[in-house]
Design a binder for this molecule. Structure first.
Ligand SMILES: Nc1nc2c(c(=O)[nH]1)N[C@H]1C(S)=C(S)[C@@H](COP(=O)(O)O)O[C@H]1N2
Ligand SMILES: [Mo]
Length: 555
């Protein structure tokens, strides 16, 4: 259980819980034109020409139905599970969004370049403002688990339920195409757009067009919007979700470019989330307006009549979905560790054979380097670090110990002498921001060869001079395997200069196939151990221990 002592309260339930949405004026105007434009046209058409003629739908009885009709059990169950999983994804997605409440179309994430933000705050430029400070509160009524800085727990829900969402979708689409049901959803004539527009003119003028009985066919606008939701929005959500994986994007940078870049992918992922919410609101409204009892019988019982049974059972189903949110809320705060382990059990094996196999291979150019990288974490407060910093780290010695043949203490000059590598890579923070920088230093592979791990050494722990959110020492671990991969670096330099204090002086880790929190800054010492279970609370690092982050963050 997460105890709400003073330190946790300050993080999760801060005094400043204001919520504001700010949209860049040019984007706001664009959204207004795109959103209101069709309505204005529809109003004008009605004012000038009156409502267009729409022939009443014919098929309303089995004997005259020309195509597939009805809702077999697999459609009805997919519909329910889709609702269940989609809204878990939406709710956990909102918690993840508020972790970095700004969206961009550029991968630098420079403050001021966002197109939308969900915080009243502008980034102060006269003092350090970390991305963790920037996270915002969201009510647990609308998000799972809600509150502030709950990205670890929210990701557990997101990554568990995404399996359900994808499986439901695959099951449903296989069903569609192995039966005739696809004919009800997939438009086959370009006429559909003109037909759909006529329907829209009715809705926009607050009139109901002659509606077909949905048991037999959908109206053209309905068909188009179902089609878009299933065959465009859902796949695009999945694909843009994947485009946020550091392992994937750092192996195949071109994949993110398909969507206009890593941050454009995040923005599209958000727009899809809004699309699903918008779709649901309109869908439910029209289901209610066009014969609620009959429509509920269609999708719940698969019958076409006016009895109240479908409606009643439907409300039970909706109650079950709402109950899943309440249940998820309690699991999040009372059993976060169990949840973290459940997520690990379902996702880690899959990651190990997929994303984790991708070797980072990025080649950004110098002119693509970000003007500024968001800083994160708490600066060291320790006197020894401050003294070392005052002397430009001349007296700094990295201590390397544990299960190795050759324990050493290495000065910065020793580290430089052991090997040098440079690369320009994109940093991915779990909170959502990215940034491109050049890093220079000693490949971990070289250090490992130098200190000669014993066969029992499997995990490398990096300890910082700085504190974590809730404890005096930030630490994180890497498996020996991952540390031997390319682009795993003990960085002494950033953008060709010695590491600035805020970015981890004198030494930090870079692990380009994982998320930022693995990249310990202000490294004091390194220890080779058998298992991460021996350290801290045994989860693999400060953020895994205290914030329920993943041990293996390839995504
Ligand atoms: N010692 C320490 N290192 C840390 C952190 C921290 O809190 N303490 N935060 C991590 C996180 S979450 C990120 S995203 C990166 C940020 O690196 P930057 O500040 O250089 O951009 O540092 C990582 N290293
Ligand atoms: Mo991060």
């Amino acid at each position: 259980m997460i105890h709400f002592d003073e330190a946790h309260r300050a993080v999760y339930y801060p005094d400043d819980r204001r919520f504001r949405v700010w949209i860049r004026p040019s984007i706001l105007i664009l959204l207004l034109i795109l959103g209101l434009g069709p309505f204005v046209l529809a109003w004008m058409q009605n004012a000038i020409f009156e409502l267009p003629y729409i022939a009443p739908a014919t098929a309303s009885h089995e004997s005259v139905a020309s195509g597939p009709y009805g809702f077999p059990f697999w459609i009805r169950w997919s519909h329910f599970f889709n609702l269940l999983f989609l809204f878990m994804l939406v709710r956990s997605g909102l918690s993840i969004l508020m972790e970095h409440p700004r969206l961009y179309f550029n991968d630098h994430c420079t403050p001021g370049t966002e197109w939308i933000r969900f915080t009243p705050l502008r980034v102060p430029m006269d003092r350090i403002w970390t991305s963790k400070q920037d996270a915002r509160y969201i009510s647990p009524m609308v998000a799972t688990p809600g509150y502030r800085h709950t990205v670890g727990v929210a990701r557990s829900w997101h990554f568990i339920t995404v399996y359900g969402f994808v499986l439901t979708g695959v099951f449903f689409v296989i069903g569609l195409f192995t039966t005739e049901q696809w004919r009800r959803l997939v438009p086959t004539s370009p006429d559909i757009f003109a037909q759909a527009w006529k329907i829209f003119v009715y809705y926009a003028n607050l009139h109901l067009p002659p509606e077909p009985n949905g048991f037999y066919s959908y109206n053209p606008l309905q068909q188009l919007s179902y089609f878009a939701t299933i065959f465009i929005m859902a796949p695009l959500s999945i694909l843009t979700g994947m485009a946020m994986s550091p392992a994937l994007v750092n192996r195949f940078p071109v994949y993110a470019k398909l969507f206009g870049g890593r941050q454009a992918a995040r923005s599209i992922h958000f727009v899809m989330l809004m699309g699903f919410i918008g779709f649901t609101i309109v869908h439910v409204t029209l289901v209610a307006l066009t014969g609620f009892a009959r429509n509920m019988n269609h999708i719940v019982l698969g019958t076409d009549d006016l009895r109240p049974a479908g409606m009643i059972l439907g409300f039970v189903g909706i109650a079950a979905v709402v109950f899943s949110w309440i249940g998820a809320h309690y699991v999040s705060w009372y059993f976060p560790r169990k949840l973290q382990h459940a997520q690990k059990a379902v996702t880690q094996p899959a990651k190990l054979i997929t994303l984790d196999q991708l070797l980072p291979n990025q080649h950004y150019r110098k002119d693509q380097i970000s003007p500024r990288l968001w800083p994160n974490g708490k600066m060291p407060e320790r006197r020894d670090w401050k003294q070392l910093a005052a002397g430009n780290f001349k007296d700094y010695k990295l201590k390397v110990a544990g299960l190795i043949e050759n324990p050493v203490e290495l000065s910065l000059a020793d580290l430089r002498a052991l090997g040098q590598q440079e690369f320009i890579t994109m940093h991915h923070c779990i909170q959502g921001w990215t940034g491109i920088a050049q890093w220079g230093g000693l490949p971990m592979k070289k250090l490992i060869e130098h200190v000669k791990p014993k066969p029992s050494a499997k995990v490398i722990a990096f300890y910082s001079f700085g504190p974590s959110l809730f404890s005096p020492t930030y630490y994180e671990t890497q498996t020996l395997d991952n540390a031997l991969k390319p682009e795993c670096l003990l960085a002494l330099e950033m953008n060709g200069e010695p590491l600035p204090a805020i970015h981890g002086a004198p030494l930090r880790l870079r692990v380009e196939n994982q998320l930022g929190y693995k990249m310990v800054k202000w490294i004091e010492r390194i220890e080779f151990v058998e298992s991460e279970k021996q350290l801290g609370k045994g989860e693999g690092g400060s953020d895994e221990d205290d914030e329920y982050f993943d041990l293996l963050p390839n995504i």
